[in-house]
Design a protein around this ligand. Structure first.
Ligand code: PEP
Ligand code: CO
Length: 459
C-alpha cells in the first residue's frame, strides 16, 4: 500500500491541496501550524495493534460472525470529561453489549463515540442572533460555544486540549477494563441504578444471572477461568472532520509499511464532507484504519461506487463500514439500491444502521427531539431490507447516554414532548437515555417481552 500511496502522491497533508468543507478559518495560520507541530510530536492516543485488531473484528462482522455496537454522545465536551460521565458511558455500552451477546449469540464489538468526538459539522458557517452574526460553534476542538466574538474565534490551542481530553478519557477506560471492570463475573459493577422500577430491570437482571450461571458452569467443568482470555475491549471512534487534528497524529509505521491515524481506532466521514474530490476523502484514502462512511438520502449510486473505489481499492476485508441513516420514512426506498450498488463493486463492507440522524424532528416549541418509535421503525426496516436482499446488517450506531435524560420521546416509560424540558442536557443532538438505550438493545437481541423483535436476522 505504501507504494501505491507514493505513486499517487499521498501524504498526511496532501488533503490541503483539495477543497476542504466544514473547516474553521483560523485567523493566525502560524499559530495553527505551531499547534499541529506540537501535536505531531506527542505520543499517539491509540496503537496500530489496536487499530489492526479492530479491522479484523470488523472483517468478522462483515462475514456475519459478529455484531458492532457503536454509541455515545453526538458531541463530547471538555466540561463533561469527568470520571462519572466516562464510567456511565462505559456501563451502558457494556450492559447493552451483554444483552446483545446473549440474544444474538455472537461476539459484540463495542465502539464508543468517545475520546475525540469534539468537532461538529454545521449547516451554516455563521450564526445570527438579534442581528449580530458570528462564526458558528464547531465543537470544543475548534472554538467556544458562548455567543461572543471572542469565544467564537477558532483557537488552535483547543486541538491540544482536545488531544489531552481524548487521552485522559481513553486512559481511564483502559484502566477500568484492565482492572476487571468489564469482567462478566461482576456485572454488578456496571449497575447504573435503575430509576424507580424500570420496566426492563427484571429482564436485564435475569439475563445477567443466566450469563453468570453459564460462566460458573463452564469454569467448573473446564477448571479454568473464562475471562482470563476474554477481555471486553472498547474501541474509540469519532467523525474525522478536523483534518489538521487527524493529520497531526498520522504516522508511518515501518514494520507495517502503512500510515495510521493514531488519534482513534475508527474515524468516520460524514456525507457533508464525502465529496470524491474533496479534502476528507483525500485524507481518508491514505490511512490504514478501518473507516466508516455515513450514507443518507442524496447518496447516489455513482458517488458511492467512486467512494468505495477510492477508499478501498484493493477490496480489503474490514476496511469499510457503511453507516446508513436514511430515516424511517426513506429507508425502504433508498437502502435496496445502495446494497445492490455495493455488491457490484466487489468490496466487502460492514452495514451499520444509524437510526438517529434521519429521524430528528422539532416539537411545537422548537425542541430538537427523536421519537423512539421512529428509531425502532428504522431499525426494523433495516433488518428486514438487508435480509430480503441477502445481506447482513452487522451493527447499530446510536447516540445515547448512561444518564437519565429526557431528550428523545417514547420508550417503555412513554416520554412525551411535555417531559423533554425536565432533563434535556444535550446541546447538539438528542440522545437515547439509559432505559431507552437498553430497550433498543433488548429489541435488537429479540429479548423484549412486550413487543415484536426488531431483528429477524437469524438470532
Ligand atoms: C453525527 O453522527 O453526529 C452526525 C452529524 O451525523 P450525520 O453526519 O450522519 O448527520
Ligand atoms: Co449527532
Amino acid at each position: 500500500m505504501s507504494r501505491t500511496i507514493a505513486a499517487s502522491n499521498w501524504h498526511p497533508a496532501s488533503w490541503q491541496g483539495k477543497p476542504a468543507s466544514q473547516q474553521a478559518s483560523y485567523p493566525n495560520p502560524a499559530e495553527l501550524d505551531r499547534a499541529v507541530a506540537e501535536l505531531s510530536r506527542l505520543p499517539p492516543i491509540v496503537t496500530s495493534w489496536e487499530v489492526d485488531s479492530l479491522r479484523e473484528q470488523i472483517a468478522k462482522a462483515q462475514r456475519g460472525e459478529a455484531f458492532v455496537l457503536q454509541g455515545g454522545d453526538c458531541a463530547e465536551t471538555f466540561d463533561e470529561c469527568t470520571s462519572e460521565n466516562i464510567v456511565a458511558k462505559l456501563k451502558i455500552l457494556l450492559q447493552m453489549s451483554v444483552v446483545m451477546l446473549y440474544g444474538l449469540k455472537k461476539p459484540v464489538v463495542r465502539i464508543g463515540r468517545m475520546a475525540g468526538q469534539y468537532a461538529k459539522p454545521r449547516s451554516a458557517d455563521t450564526e445570527t442572533r438579534d442581528g449580530a452574526s458570528l462564526p458558528s460553534f464547531r465543537g470544543d476542538l475548534v472554538n467556544r460555544s458562548p455567543f461572543t466574538a471572542e469565544d467564537r474565534v477558532p483557537d488552535p490551542a483547543l486541538i491540544l486540549r482536545g488531544y489531552e481530553r481524548a487521552a485522559l478519557t481513553l486512559n481511564f477506560v483502559r484502566s477500568l477494563i484492565d482492572g476487571g471492570f468489564a469482567d462478566l463475573h461482576h456485572p454488578e459493577y456496571w449497575d447504573l441504578g435503575w430509576v424507580g422500577h424500570s420496566p426492563m430491570a427484571d429482564e436485564y437482571h435475569e439475563i445477567v444471572k443466566s450469563i453468570s450461571n453459564s460462566l460458573d458452569f463452564l469454569e467448573t467443568i473446564s477448571g479454568q477461568q473464562v475471562h482470563k482470555t476474554q477481555r471486553a475491549d472498547i474501541y474509540a471512534a469519532h467523525e474525522g472532520l478536523h483534518l489538521h487534528y487527524e493529520q497531526a497524529q498520522t504516522r508511518f509505521l515501518d514494520r507495517r509499511e502503512r500510515w495510521y491515524n493514531l488519534t482513534t481506532h475508527f474515524p468516520w466521514i460524514g456525507m457533508r464532507t464525502a465529496a470524491v474530490d474533496g479534502a476528507h476523502v483525500e485524507y481518508f484514502r491514505g490511512v490504514a484504519n478501518p473507516v466508516g462512511i455515513k450514507i443518507g438520502p442524496g447518496m447516489t449510486k455513482e458517488w458511492l461506487q467512486e467512494l468505495i473505489g477510492l477508499l478501498n481499492p484493493n477490496n480489503e476485508p474490514g476496511r469499510l463500514t457503511l453507516i446508513h441513516r436514511f430515516g424511517a420514512k426513506a429507508i425502504e426506498e433508498c437502502l435496496p439500491e445502495m446494497i445492490a450498488t455495493v455488491r457490484e463493486t466487489g468490496s466487502p463492507v460492514l452495514w451499520v444502521c444509524d437510526p438517529m440522524h434521519g429521524n430528528t424532528e422539532s416539537t411545537a416549541d422548537g425542541t430538537k427531539t427523536r421519537r423512539f418509535d421512529s428509531i425502532v421503525a428504522e431499525l426494523e426496516s433495516a433488518f428486514r431490507v438487508h435480509q430480503s436482499m441477502g445481506s447482513y446488517l452487522g451493527g447499530v450506531h446510536l447516540e445515547l447516554t448512561g444518564e437519565n435524560v429526557t431528550e428523545c420521546t417514547g420508550g417503555a416509560r412513554g416520554l412525551t414532548d411535555g417531559d423533554l424540558a425536565r432533563a434535556y442536557k444535550s446541546t447538539v443532538d438528542p440522545r437515547l437515555n439509559y432505559e431507552q438505550a437498553m430497550e433498543v438493545a433488548m429489541r435488537i437481541a429479540g429479548l423484549h417481552k412486550d413487543s415484536a423483535r426488531v431483528n429477524r436476522n437469524g438470532a
